[in-house]
Design a binder for this molecule. Structure first.
Ligand code: B12
Length: 213
C-alpha cells in the first residue's frame, strides 16, 4: 500500500502532474506515512529519475520545469509538518542559491529541514548576488551562511562569496556550509568553507555541529 502511494507520487512527478503529486502526497500524509519516506522515496526519487532522463536527452527543459513545479506542490504540503518548533530558535541561517544558478529544489528542502530543526532561516532565493550575502552578514546576527549550487559553473560563485567575506573582514563572523549535487568535500576544503553536506539530513546535523564550534 505504502509502496503504491510512493510510486504514484513518483509517477505523477515524472508526468509533471501537479494535481496528482498533491493528491498522492496528501494521501500519503493521511495514511500516516513518514515525512522522510514521502520525501526520499516519492518526491526526490521522482526528481532523480527526471535528472537521469534529462542527462540522456529523453526529456528536455520544459518537462523538467513542469516536474519541478509539481515537486513544489508536494513540498508545500509537507512543509507544515516540519514547522512544529514553538521554542526559541537554536541559531540563524541565511541560505541561498548562488549567483548564476536558478536551481532551488534541493535548497528548499535544506531550508525546510533546518526550520524543522528549530533554526531561524532567511531564504534569499536563487541567483543571489554575492553582495547580498555579504550585506546580511555585515548586519550581524547570522550564525551560518548556507550556499547551494547545482552547476559546475556556479560553484565559482561560492568561492567568490567566501573570498568577498574575507575581503570585507567578516570571515570569522559566520560559519559557511555548502552543498548541491556537484559540490564535494574536496571543493569545500579548497575554498575554505567550514563544511559540506551531501544532503539535507546531513546538513541539519552539520549545522548543529557548527553552532558548537
Ligand atoms: C530540476 C533541474 C532543473 C530545473 C530547475 C528548477 C528548480 N526550480 O530548481 C531547470 C529546468 C530550471 C533547470 C535548468 C538548467 N539546468 Co538543471 N537540472 C535539474 C535536475 C534535473 C534536478 C535538480 C534537482 O532538483 N534535484 C533534486 C534535489 C532534491 O537534489 P539536489 O538539488 O542535489 O539537492 C540535495 C543535495 O544536493 C543537497 N543540497 C542542495 N543544496 C544544498 C545547500 C546546502 C547548504 C547543503 C548543505 C546541501 C544542499 O541537499 C539536497 C536535498 O537532499 C538536475 C539533474 C540532477 N541530477 O541534479 C539538472 C542539472 C543540475 N541541470 C543542469 C543544467 C546543465 C541546466 C541548464 C544549464 C540547462 C540549460 N541548457 O539551460 C539550466 C541552468 C539554469 C541556471 N542558470 O541555473 C545540469 C548541470 C550540469 C553541470 N555539471 O553543471 C544537471 C546536472 C543535468 C545534467 N545532468 O546535465 N534544471
Amino acid at each position: 500500500m505504502d509502496e503504491k502511494i510512493l510510486q504514484d507520487i513518483k509517477d505523477a512527478l515524472m508526468r509533471g502532474d501537479r494535481e496528482g503529486v498533491a493528491r498522492f502526497t496528501r494521501a500519503a500524509l493521511d495514511a500516516g506515512m513518514s515525512i522522510p519516506n514521502i520525501l526520499d522515496k516519492g518526491l526526490i526519487s521522482g526528481m532523480e529519475t527526471i535528472g537521469k532522463k534529462f542527462k540522456n536527452n529523453e526529456v528536455f527543459i520544459p518537462e523538467v520545469l513542469i516536474s519541478a513545479k509539481a515537486m513544489h506542490a508536494g513540498m508545500a504540503l509537507i512543509e507544515p509538518h516540519f514547522l512544529k518548533c514553538g521554542i526559541k530558535p537554536v541559531g540563524k541561517v541565511v541560505i541561498g542559491t548562488v549567483k548564476g544558478d536558478l536551481h532551488d529544489i534541493g535548497k528548499n528542502i535544506v531550508s525546510m529541514m533546518l526550520k524543522g530543526a528549530c533554526f531561524e532561516v532567511e531564504d534569499f532565493g536563487i541567483d543571489v548576488p554575492t553582495e547580498k550575502f555579504i550585506e546580511s552578514i555585515r548586519k550581524g546576527g547570522v550564525d551560518i551562511l548556507a550556499l547551494s549550487s547545482l552547476l559546475t559553473t556556479s560553484m565559482n560563485s561560492m568561492r567568490d562569496t567566501i573570498k568577498a567575506l574575507k575581503e570585507a573582514g567578516l570571515r570569522d563572523k559566520v560559519k559557511v556550509i555548502i552543498g548541491g549535487a556537484p559540490v564535494t568535500q574536496e571543493f569545500a576544503d579548497s575554498i575554505e568553507a567550514d563544511c559540506y553536506a551531501k544532503d539535507a539530513a546531513v546538513a541539519v546535523d552539520k549545522a548543529k555541529e557548527l553552532l558548537k564550534r
